[in-house]
Design a protein around this ligand. Sequence first.
Ligand SMILES: NC(=O)c1ccc[n+]([C@@H]2O[C@H](COP(=O)([O-])OP(=O)(O)OC[C@H]3O[C@@H](n4cnc5c(N)ncnc54)[C@H](OP(=O)(O)O)[C@@H]3O)[C@@H](O)[C@H]2O)c1
Length: 328
Amino acid sequence: MSQLLVTSYGDPRTSVALDRAVPAALGADDILVEMEAAPLNTSDLLLVQGDYGLRPALPSPLGGEGVGRVIDAGGDAGRQLVGRRVVVLPSYEQGTWADHVAVSRRNVVPIREDGDPLQLAMLPINPATAYLLLTRFAELAPGDWVGLNAANSAVGLCVIALARRWGLKTLNVVRREAAAQTVRDAGGDRVIVAGDDLPAQIADALDGAQLGLALDATAGPVVADLAAALRFRGTIVSYAAVTDAPPAVRAHDVIFNEVTHTGFWLLNWLRQAPRTEIEQTYHTLNDLVAGGELAVPVDAVYRLDDYRDAIEHAMAPGRDGKVLFTFT
Ligand SMILES: NC(=O)c1ccc[n+]([C@@H]2O[C@H](COP(=O)([O-])OP(=O)(O)OC[C@H]3O[C@@H](n4cnc5c(N)ncnc54)[C@H](OP(=O)(O)O)[C@@H]3O)[C@@H](O)[C@H]2O)c1
């Protein structure tokens, strides 16, 4: 069995090592998954840098999500899953950057047999995040506006696809023209390349409308401008902070428009939601991914042995899609 481990907290280019080990015996609740594909997400890189919401003891297996097939089980309950295709959920109790993963059966969800393995490998994190961001923080009706930054990100493109499906309109902020074209092609209703006067750009794009919900992945000053476009008692949800700047909201909007600024982390939902809700959510999204209605561009795939190139590629600015490991 080959797997990637984080060996020290620091630069992902130097803090990750390939380990070839004999798989440990499976516990009663464990299953063995032969992996098909697993993406390299920003969250994986943040974990290596020691900047994520958890910091496992080292060395620790890497890789939050992926897809594969169950080939063995440690107990009777898990044996019912042998032969099934499953997605591995981002509990970070196991690592998916491995050709085989021993995982508790509560950390997988069985999925349909059909569908592109690359897209299915990306099902657990970004489509689920988009779905939960759109459904948990605001009562939205068809015709309502959702504003988002980093709109060309995988999460952003999933938000746009779901919003279109549900009759919502999107106001999309990106930082470069090529990304704007990606978002237009994906069906974003209004697309802004953030400039010197973002409030005026937003007002112009909304043409008198207000946002029912705003979704923030960048943090920094753009948060204030999205929050200022919210309707009375609207909510802005921060789910990432790629600029590392504080996600500022103006006191004026908090006080006079009673705007709420809150956060979201998928792992909190996975830890707290009832199992039935988790399975239903993934089955709904599985249908959309398998049917091609939710899809994220892929920039490159790598074998595990080429992990240094894969990590370098995943960290490169201006990628045109996701980077994944494939195993079969
Ligand atoms: N809270 C949660 O539970 C949760 C769940 C899923 C994802 N996330 C986080 O959400 C973020 C997006 O994830 P993803 O997988 O969708 O990412 P992705 O597809 O890799 O896209 C990254 C996005 O960030 C933008 N970006 C990067 N650096 C930037 C900067 N300095 N200023 C402005 N924009 C910048 C990129 O713009 P360019 O294309 O122009 O470079 C791109 O739009 C990541 O940070 C991820 O960790 C959080």
